[in-house]
Design a protein around this ligand. Structure first.
Ligand code: NAP
Length: 254
């Protein structure tokens, strides 16, 4: 019996962790829809990489902080799926897109706080809500959190608080969506060498050494440490994992 190819929707799939998630999901035989914010050139490269792996891919621009644009986005995705897959439905939602802001409790502005809230919490909440009608029963939701919900460092309060909210939201999703056999889990990466937060996890040797020194496996994480686990959560073998926070930090401050 032929099994239907599953479809994953990844936000922020053009670079960093999201790109690695997209490629690993494609390697596992899934077709891909992903979003980018402004970097269409990088998004096009990722589409080409997925096509080379033999899976379908399309990229859409989306600012996940702008809830008022979500209906239009969801409409476009549904139309694409109807035309190319025969139904508006998809299987896996990975809420990954995001940026970092560093600032002390004293210095964080209301604008910076609102930006973190809109991207990392409100955007994830309402994008998920608007996609739920077309997420297949038996599907998966994976929300990307952070190691910073378990351990604390100075200057991350707004960002880390939003990630904490996402972990609570994920447990609520798991509970409410159980009747539809949809699981919801968080993946919480430690410090990973991407462009995130100005790219200091890639370029700041002092910071990299400090991270390595508090990490059991003795190095900074790479995007390739994350995407394969996200793809695994979308396999049938991971179907009993639900409402969990899976930290991928190489053993940071264990
Ligand atoms: N790197 C780390 O150390 C680390 C650790 C823990 C958690 N995380 C989380 O992992 C996720 C991905 O981070 P990353 O390290 O891969 O970052 P990244 O390399 O900077 O990539 C960010 C991705 O998100 C997109 N994006 C940025 N702002 C957006 C917005 N307002 N609306 C929609 N999309 C937006 C970017 O699109 P463009 O390419 O178009 O700009 C890009 O695809 C984030 O949720 C982050 O909080 C990262």
């Amino acid at each position: 019996m032929e099994t239907k190819t599953k479809i994953a929707l990844v936000t922020g799939g053009s670079r960093g962790l999201g790109r690695d998630m997209v490629l690993n999901l494609a390697k596992n035989g899934n077709n891909i829809i992903f979003t980018y914010h402004t970097n269409a050139i990088e998004a096009d490269k990722v589409v080409a990489e997925v096509l080379a792996l033999g899976q379908k891919a399309i990229a859409y621009p989306l600012d996940t902080s702008k809830v008022d644009t979500f209906d239009t986005f969801v409409g476009k995705v549904s139309q694409h799926l109807r035309e190319h897959e025969g139904s508006p439905n998809f299987d896996f939602l990975i809420n990954n897109a995001g940026t970092g802001v560093y600032g002390s409790v004293t210095d964080t502005t209301e604008e910076a706080f609102d930006n973190m809230m809109n991207i990392h919490f409100k955007g994830v909440y309402f994008l998920t809500q608007k996609l739920l009608p077309t997420l297949n029963d038996g599907g998966r939701i994976i929300n990307i959190s952070s190691g910073l919900t378990r351990v604390s460092f100075p200057n991350v309060s707004a960002y880390a608080s939003m990630k904490g909210a996402i972990e609570t939201y994920t447990k609520c999703l798991a509970k409410e969506l159980g009747p539809r056999k949809i699981t919801a889990n968080c993946v919480a990466p430690g410090a990973i060498a991407t462009d995130f937060g100005g790219g200091s996890n890639k370029s700041d040797e002092g910071k990299r050494n400090a991270i390595a020194s508090i990490t059991a496996l003795g190095r900074v994480g790479e995007p390739e440490d994350i995407g394969g686990v996200v793809a695994f959560i979308c396999t049938p073998e991971a179907g009993w994992m639900n409402g969990q926070r899976i930290e991928l930090s190489g053993g940071m401050m264990v």
